[in-house]
Design a protein around this ligand. Structure first.
Ligand SMILES: NC(=O)C1=CN([C@@H]2O[C@H](COP(=O)(O)OP(=O)(O)OC[C@H]3O[C@@H](n4cnc5c(N)ncnc54)[C@H](O)[C@@H]3O)[C@@H](O)[C@H]2O)C=CC1
Ligand SMILES: [Mg+2]
Ligand SMILES: [Mg+2]
Ligand SMILES: [Mg+2]
Ligand SMILES: [Zn+2]
Length: 417
C-alpha cells in the first residue's frame, strides 16, 4: 500500500472511531485528506456520521469539509446520519430530509393562488378517481413517472365545476428567486378522451399498489400528499356533522358546511379538515435480542413477511397502541417501546409511526383474522432476505415501506456494519 493510501486509511479509521484529536492532528499535516473517500466510497464525515461521533463530525466541519460529497449509493453524510438515527449529527449537517423549506404561502390568498395557477411554469398533476396520470419512465420500463402538465394543457379543466383543485405547495427554484407552484386536479371527465388530447403515451395508474412503488421517491412524496387529500374529498362530500352541502376552501384543505347554524361552524372541528389516521408499526424484538417477529397478512404477496401494524385508537398513547396491537395479533406481551421514524402512507391517509419494541413473552398465537402467520426470524434470516440471498426464507417488504426501514435499522444496529 502506498504511503498516501495508508495515511487515508488511518484518517478514515480515526473518523470511524470518533478520535477527533487524531483527525485534527492529521488535518494540520495534510489538509487534502478532508474530503477524500476510501475504497468503499465513504468520506471521513460519512463515517463519523454513520457511527454517531458528534465531536469528530464537528472537527471535520470546522475544517471546511464538503457536506455534499456522496457515497456510491448517492447518500451524503447528512443522509447517512439520518438513516442511522443520529439526530444530533443530522442537526449539524444539511440533509434533503431535514431542510426546512423557507417558503411561506397563504392558502387563503385567492389573488396569489390565481397568479400561480396562471403562471406558465406551474405544474399540474391530473387525477381521475384517485388514479394519477403517469407515463413510462425514460430509463427503465418498470419505472413510471407522474405527468407534469403546464397550465395550457389543463386550461379547460381549471374553471370546470367537474374539477377539484388541491394546491400542493411551492418548490424553490435554484437559479432565480422564483417559486414553482404545484397543483393536483381531479377530474370527473371521461379519461379516454382526455388522454387522447393530452399525451397518447400517458395513462391513469389504476391500482394504487404495487403501481405506486414504480415511482421515484420524489414523485411518490408528492403523490402521497395529493392522493390523501383527494381521497378525503371523495369520501367526505357532505358535512359529517349534519349531512349538508359543503364548499371547498383553503385551496383544497377545508370543506365548510353551507347550512347556517351547523355545529361544525362553531369552534375548530376536525370534520372540516382532511383526516390523517395514526397507525403504529413495530418491529418486535425477542428478549434474547437476536430475533425479531414478523407476520403475514393474507393479502401479502406469497412469501412476504412484514412488521405488525395497527390503527391507534381514541385515548391511547403510541406505546399503549403498540402493546395492544402486538398482543391482539400475536399474543405476545411487549415491554419497552422506542419510536424511530414515521412515514405518510397514502392508502388512503395513514401516518405510519415506526417503532422498535421488546417482547417480554415469546409464545406466538397469531390472530387468524388479521394475521395468517407470525414467526420469530433470526438476524441472519433478515440479512439474507435483505440482500435477496438464495438462502432467504422470506421476502422483505418493499424498500419504500417503513417496515423495510425498521428491519434494516435493526440489522445494522446489531451487526455494527
Ligand atoms: N408502510 C408500511 O410499511 C405498512 C403500512 N400499513 C398500513 O397500515 C394500515 C393499518 O394496519 P392494519 O394492520 O390494517 O391495522 P389494524 O391491525 O388496526 O387492523 C385493521 C382493521 O381495524 C379496523 N380499524 C380500526 N380503526 C380503523 C381506522 N381508523 N381506519 C380503518 N380501519 C380501522 C378495520 O376493521 C380494519 O380492517 C394498513 O391499512 C396499511 O395501509 C401496514 C403495514 C405496513
Ligand atoms: Mg390489529
Ligand atoms: Mg394489523
Ligand atoms: Mg387495530
Ligand atoms: Zn353541517
Amino acid at each position: 500500500m502506498s504511503v498516501r493510501a495508508e495515511l487515508l486509511e488511518r484518517f478514515l479509521d480515526a473518523a470511524s472511531r470518533g478520535d477527533e484529536e487524531a483527525l485534527s492532528l492529521m488535518l494540520s499535516q495534510s489538509r487534502e485528506l478532508l474530503d477524500q473517500r476510501g475504497e468503499q466510497g465513504w468520506s471521513a464525515l460519512m463515517l463519523a456520521a454513520r457511527n454517531g461521533h458528534y465531536d469528530a463530525a464537528r472537527v471535520l466541519l470546522s475544517n471546511g469539509c464538503d457536506t455534499s460529497v456522496t457515497n456510491r449509493s448517492g447518500q451524503t453524510a447528512g443522509d447517512v446520519a439520518l438513516f442511522w438515527g443520529h439526530r444530533h449529527i443530522v442537526r449539524l449537517l444539511p440533509s434533503r430530509d431535514t431542510e426546512d423549506p423557507d417558503i411561506h404561502f397563504n392558502r387563503d390568498d385567492g389573488e396569489w393562488l390565481a397568479a400561480r395557477r396562471a403562471s406558465p411554469e406551474t405544474v399540474f398533476l391530473l387525477f381521475h378517481a384517485l388514479s394519477p396520470l403517469v407515463r413510462s419512465g425514460a430509463e427503465h420500463e418498470e419505472q413510471i413517472q407522474l405527468c407534469k402538465l403546464g397550465s395550457a394543457a389543463v386550461q379547460e379543466l381549471l374553471g370546470s365545476s367537474r374539477t377539484l383543485e388541491v394546491f400542493l405547495g411551492v418548490e424553490k427554484q435554484q437559479e432565480d428567486d422564483g417559486m414553482l407552484a404545484w397543483f393536483a386536479l381531479s377530474t370527473e371527465d371521461d379519461p379516454t378522451q382526455l388522454l387522447k388530447d393530452k399525451d397518447p403515451s400517458s395513462f391513469f395508474l389504476q391500482e394504487a399498489m404495487p403501481g405506486l412503488l414504480r415511482l421515484s421517491d420524489d414523485d411518490a412524496g408528492v403523490l402521497a400528499q395529493a392522493r390523501s387529500v383527494l381521497a378525503w374529498h371523495s369520501r367526505y362530500r357532505f358535512c359529517p356533522t349534519c349531512g349538508g352541502d359543503t364548499k371547498v376552501e383553503e385551496a383544497g384543505y377545508k370543506r365548510t358546511c353551507l347550512r347556517a347554524g351547523c355545529r361544525s361552524l362553531q369552534g375548530v372541528h376536525n370534520t372540516c379538515y382532511p383526516r390523517v389516521d395514526p397507525v403504529v408499526i413495530m418491529l418486535v424484538l425477542h428478549p434474547d435480542g437476536k430475533q425479531c417477529m414478523l407476520g403475514r397478512k393474507k393479502i401479502f404477496p406469497p412469501g412476504m413477511f412484514s412488521c405488525l401494524a395497527g390503527f391507534v385508537e381514541p385515548g391511547e398513547t403510541l406505546e399503549a397502541a403498540v402493546r395492544r396491537e402486538v398482543q391482539e395479533e400475536s399474543g405476545v406481551q411487549v415491554g419497552p417501546v422506542q419510536y424511530l421514524s414515521s412515514q405518510a402512507w397514502p392508502m388512503p391517509s395513514c401516518l405510519m409511526i415506526g417503532c422498535h419494541c421488546v417482547a417480554v413473552t415469546t409464545d406466538i398465537k397469531a390472530d387468524q383474522n388479521e394475521i395468517e402467520e407470525a414467526r420469530w426470524f433470526t438476524r441472519q434470516q433478515v440479512m439474507d432476505a435483505l440482500v435477496k440471498d438464495k438462502r432467504a426464507v422470506f421476502i422483505m417488504p418493499p424498500r419504500q415501506a417503513i417496515a423495510h426501514y425498521l428491519l434494516k435499522h435493526w440489522v445494522g444496529c446489531n451487526a455494527n456494519l
